[in-house]
Design a protein around this ligand. Structure first.
Ligand SMILES: [Zn+2]
Length: 294
């Protein structure tokens, strides 16, 4: 009788958990990740699935699995944005079409708090609160930025570590809470690097220029699509050396340091978005700023 019950339970297990019993796609992801920081995930399969897409922070990314030494495998970065992410569990889901039809793998990644520092800045009042006549311009620039950050080229073009765009040290770290003229503002969603005006700015990785702009906040700026949802951003340039649509290699000069847009002096603002989440670029290009960002 006991043996019968055991067989029955085993049978029920396989009936109720077909996806577990014949998992064709495997997802390796961390259990925790600090808010604002990137993390790596790996998707692997014995055979390439006909359809594969992940969903993270409300964004979907279709994936192709390149052939690996054994089976098929893709390693990629995901991350969260200090502006939007809240601590606690966040779901990562991976949907694929395999032999058993459509399956979904779900993982809970717990986002942990990071004590990002605070920075006080005083700027001319017009730059802190732009006049209403600029509303249309700002809206267009926001839309162009969102469109560039939404790039989802299926081929991975980036290698780690990323190339450091300029050799200068960090003047403002990612995640700083900015207090402009006494008013708390959005946290700093990139990394400010020191450098004299005219210093060459290099692409963090291979990719394609998604956008070149001359924006109110970002000044002369370049956005590069590196594939799999990664887009790097270079702001406040004094000159741009690339055009939209151009393919660039890692380390190629894309512009020169300047102080265009909302900047108190020449520096490079280097941003890195993954699926529209601006993450901390510092650890990905071997920079570890001291606490306080100085
Ligand atoms: Zn900045």
């Amino acid at each position: 009788m006991r043996r019968f019950a055991f067989l029955l339970l085993t049978g029920l297990f396989f009936l109720l958990c077909p996806a577990t019993a014949r998992a064709e796609v495997r997802l390796l992801a961390p259990e925790t990740a600090p808010v604002g920081q990137a993390f790596a995930i790996t998707v692997e399969a014995d055979e390439a699935p006909a359809h594969l897409a992940l969903t993270w922070c409300g964004k979907r990314l279709a994936l192709d699995l390149p052939k690996a030494a054994s089976g098929y495998r893709q390693e990629l970065l995901l991350g969260t944005d200090v502006l939007r992410a809240e601590t606690g569990p966040q779901e990562l889901s991976l949907e694929y079409a395999g032999k058993g039809g459509l399956s979904v793998i779900k993982r809970r990644i717990v986002l942990s708090a990071v004590a990002y520092p605070e920075q006080r800045l005083d700027l001319p009042a017009e730059q802190v609160n732009p006049p209403a006549r600029l509303n249309d311009r700002l809206k267009k620039e926001r839309e162009a930025t969102q469109k560039a950050l939404a790039a989802k080229t299926p081929e991975r073009r980036y290698e780690l570590p990323l190339a450091r765009p300029v050799p200068g040290s960090v003047s403002s770290a990612y995640g700083l809470t900015r207090i402009l003229n006494g008013e708390p503002r959005q946290p700093h969603r990139g990394l400010d690097l020191r450098g004299a005006a005219g210093t060459p700015v290099r692409a963090a990785a291979a990719g394609r220029v998604a956008l070149v702009g001359d924006f109110y906040y970002a000044g002369q700026c370049v956005f590069i699509d590196h594939g799999l949802g990664m887009v790097s951003q270079y702001f406040h340039l004094s000159a741009v050396d690339v055009r939209e649509g151009q393919a660039v290699s890692a380390g190629e000069v894309v512009g020169r340091i300047g102080a265009s847009g909302r900047a108190t002096g020449p520096h490079l603002h280097f941003g890195l978005a993954i699926l529209s989440q601006n993450v901390d670029p510092a650890p990905l290009c071997g920079i570890s700023p001291a606490p306080g960002g100085q």
